[in-house]
Design a binder for this molecule. Structure first.
Ligand code: ADP
Length: 486
């Protein structure tokens, strides 16, 4: 590869199957730096055969892995966590090279990703069952939790490390084995994690990574009857299609799909705090997160002040190559992403919106997928920008008059992942928070993600929860032991 790291063992270009590195795919595929277009590396292109071998290896390895004590498994996960932190600088540079996010954000993601390994190492020892009072004097009823078996995971490019660990950590912690297909746009981060898993002592076959032909690999992972659990993070269209296929063999499914997050600012909100929260929610990862604010609903009385506070902050954002120096915004992942943002901006302008502020793009970034951060005002509620997930650094403000209007507008979407609201009125925060049809609601905060809290959506944003004590549930089945003692 073109990138040099302090720990060269992290640069892997093959699949990781049954504890072995397999570089013999059918050709290779290239990974490019979205900030410069430069080649970062070429990875072996694997398909259905490699995916089947990985499922086979996982099926065999899972039995012995599940038979070990939770404490044993926890020691290994904790070691994997420690290795991630010890290699954080290299992992962050690798991530910025293939994904584009500013280096400081990549470092933050490595710490966040590692936190799931530690959290689930701890949680796995508390996968308690329940003793149920019998329905007759001679009945003894016990419910126990057991690992579902082989879990398959398909993950996206926007968080190349964290989307992996928050599936793999709970799975391994409870005794499942995993076959992962990472995004072909960011496979190097996934393979680096596999290298560290190997070093940490994760047994052969317990964690496998296969990339290349997404459709062929996905076909195996959704159809093979040995796969008992399928966990997907990505676009709503692909998630629906893969989940439907999983029903042919009735797999357990978790889906974390697209959002359309409303960010509601009430008249009584602290303007500066709301603008800070808006920046964190909207522009983190250059707007490429599924919980990014996608629509700003701002009450009439605070509209001008909030617009001014946000415009000041947006104008100060600098986009640039995260590896080249200090930057607040990276490039978008590819040209299609840039085109979508442009389409949403032009559509809003054609419907009467106005540009309130634009950020800067560092000189010399002409080859990257850059677009300046942009703030629009007077965006009508029927603009594309407010109806579809933009997934880029474009923010639009829409006015509302009354609390009930804000709730109605916020809920007027098939998505239901994250929502945010700012108000100084505690009763209103709770009242509105309860009525928003979303899996997560930020009350006076723009940041809701932590390994200790449940992450996930409702409606067409999916089901299942990642992180927290609930994150275990997606990887265990409940078994009843009904004993007759007469
Ligand atoms: P995004 O917009 O985040 O790229 P996608 O849903 O396209 O969303 O990608 C998320 C993950 O789903 C990636 O790992 C991608 O390779 C995978 N993927 C996309 N299409 C398919 C498919 N037809 N079969 C299997 N995996 C797919």
């Amino acid at each position: 590869t073109a990138l040099t790291l302090g720990n060269a063992a992290l640069l892997r270009t093959g699949a990781y199957i049954d504890g072995r590195w397999d570089d013999a795919g059918s050709g290779t595929f290239d990974v490019h730096n979205p900030a410069t277009g430069a080649l970062v590396g070429s990875v072996a292109r694997h398909g259905a055969a490699a995916a089947s071998r990985a499922v086979e290896a996982a099926t065999t390895a899972q039995v012995a892995w599940a038979a070990r004590s939770a404490g044993d498994r926890a020691v290994i996960l904790r070691r994997w966590h420690d290795l991630m932190l010890a290699n954080a600088d290299d992992l962050a540079r690798l991530m910025t090279a293939e994904q584009g996010k500013p280096l400081a954000e990549a470092r933050g993601e490595i710490a966040y990703a590692a936190s799931f390994l530690l959290w689930f190492a701890e949680e796995a020892r508390r996968v308690y069952g329940m003793v149920i009072p019998g329905n007759t004097p001679t009945r003894r009823l016990t419910a126990i939790r057991q690992p579902v078996g082989v879990a398959a995971a398909i993950t996206p490019w926007n968080f190349p490390a964290a989307m992996i660990t928050r599936k793999v950590a709970p799975a391994l912690a409870v005794g499942c084995a995993v076959v992962l297909k990472p995004s072909e746009l960011t496979p190097l981060s996934a393979l680096a994690l596999a290298a560290l898993a190997e070093e940490a002592g994760v047994p052969a076959g317990v964690f496998n990574v296969v990339a290349g032909d997404a459709e062929a690999i996905g076909d195996v992972l959704t159809r093979d009857p040995r796969v008992r659990k399928f966990s997907f993070t990505g676009s709503t269209a692909v998630g629906k299609m893969l989940a439907a296929r999983c029903m042919e063999t009735v797999k357990r499914v978790s889906l974390e799909l697209g959002g359309n997050a409303p960010f509601i600012v009430f008249d009584d909100a602290d303007v500066e705090a709301a603008a800070d929260g808006a920046m964190a929610s909207k522009f983190r990862n250059t707007g490429q997160t599924c919980v990014c604010a996608n629509r700003f609903l701002v009450q009439d009385g605070i509209y001008d002040a909030f617009a001014e506070a946000l415009a000041r902050r947006v104008s100060a954002l600098r986009a640039g190559d995260g590896l080249a120096g200090v930057t607040d915004q990276g490039p978008l992942i590819n040209q299609a992403a840039v085109e979508k943002v442009v389409r949403h901006r032009d559509d809003a302008l054609a419907r009467g919106a106005r540009v309130l502020a634009e950020g800067q793009v560092a000189a010399g970034e002409g080859d990257g997928n850059f677009i300046p951060a942009t703030l629009l005002g007077d965006v009508p509620a029927d603009a594309l920008l407010t109806r579809e997930e933009t997934f880029g650094p474009l923010a639009g403000l829409t006015r509302f008059a009354r609390e009930a209007d804000a709730i109605r507008m916020a809920n007027d979407t098939p998505a239901g992942l994250a929502a945010y609201l700012y108000t100084a009125d505690g009763a209103r925060a709770t009242r509105v928070g309860e009525r928003l049809e979303y899996g997560m609601v930020g009350l006076n905060t723009g940041i809701i993600s932590t390994e200790v809290a449940p992450f996930g959506g409702i409606k067409e944003s999916g089901f299942g929860r990642e992180g927290s004590v609930f994150g275990i549930d997606d990887y265990v089945s409940i078994k009843l032991l009904a004993a007759e003692i007469a």
